[in-house]
Design a protein around this ligand. Structure first.
Ligand SMILES: NC(=O)c1ccc[n+]([C@@H]2O[C@H](COP(=O)([O-])OP(=O)(O)OC[C@H]3O[C@@H](n4cnc5c(N)ncnc54)[C@H](O)[C@@H]3O)[C@@H](O)[C@H]2O)c1
Length: 259
């Protein structure tokens, strides 16, 4: 394994944690960002330690807002010194953040909430890709990946702002892949099915009902797991995936095909 690194925005739990572990077990260096307090902060520290033992210590986590541009620019310089002659094989957006509300009733979304959700869940990936490219850290074979959901094209209770940000993320990723494809850098979104993570429990009070309905609806009769998604990310790291670009790849057992 050459000196290849993955930057995981949203590394501490759910999809980001599973991707970090999977790639570390394959020898990738892991740079992770998360935003946690209390017991989840401790969980993140334990995960960083676990990764340390998986990939000979090539790991650094920062517990801070990865969407803050000033912080990001400082960290990019630190990342450059950390990975030395290596490069960023993967820039992964796996942040779950945002206002879970409707546009009108019972609690109309505010402009500040919309703007923040858009920035953290979609736009910040543009600035990360720009900064890494400027520093020569994204090279031929590098991947930019984002995680989308059915909510990018379906309306759902409490998913207004996040749904808009998922449509945005897909557009952001498509444009990154379109502009950087001539350098051999690809960008894609993965559409995960319903996954029982912390983020899911925050979208709706009825999330347990949602889980049961999804199990019935899914052709494979189960939920998506973070490990399913981590497996796909691992496949996409292969040179054999070099020509997959500007696409949305489904990792949901066929859930999106089912009513
Ligand atoms: N869970 C699902 O059903 C599902 C389905 C499809 C897509 N997704 C998407 O997958 C992605 C990951 O979500 P998850 O389900 O693994 O949730 P999760 O809550 O388990 O993980 C979210 C991660 O984001 C981090 N985070 C939040 N705000 C941050 C910020 N400002 N800066 C840095 N880190 C921040 C958290 O610390 C955590 O590491 C999200 O984009 C989500 O929309 C989830």
């Amino acid at each position: 394994m050459k000196n290849k690194w993955a930057i995981i925005l949203g590394c501490s739990t759910g999809h980001g944690a599973a991707i970090s572990k999977q790639l570390a077990s394959e020898g990738y260096g892991i740079i992770g960002f998360h935003l946690d307090r209390g017991p989840i902060k401790k969980q993140a520290q334990a995960l960083e330690k676990e990764i340390h033992s998986l990939n000979e210590g090539k790991v650094k986590f920062w517990n801070e807002n990865a969407a803050d541009k000033e912080t990001m620019l400082i960290r990019v310089q630190e990342i450059k010194s950390l990975i030395k002659d290596g490069y960023v094989k993967l820039l992964m957006h796996s942040i779950a953040f945002g206002s879970t509300t409707n546009f009108f009733q019972p609690s109309p979304v505010k402009q500040r909430q919309m703007d923040m959700t858009q920035h953290v869940m979609a736009h910040c990936l543009i600035y990360w890709a720009q900064a890494l490219l400027d520093e020569g850290l994204l090279l031929k074979g590098s991947r930019v990946l984002g995680l989308t959901s059915e909510g990018s094209y379906k309306a759902m209770e409490g998913y207004g702002p996040v749904g808009v940000s998922k449509a945005s993320l897909e557009a952001v990723v498509r444009q990154i892949g379109w502009e950087l494809g001539n350098k051999g850098i690809t960008a894609n979104t993965i559409q995960a099915g319903i996954t029982a993570t912390r983020a899911l429990t925050k979208i709706s009070d009825n999330w347990e009902e949602w889980v049961e309905e999804t199990k019935k609806r899914n052709p494979m009769k189960r939920l998506t797991t973070p490990e399913d998604v981590a497996g796909l990310v691992s496949l996409l790291m292969s040179d054999k995936a070099d020509f997959i670009n500007c696409s949305t790849i489904f990792c949901d057992g066929g859930e999106h095909r089912s009513i």
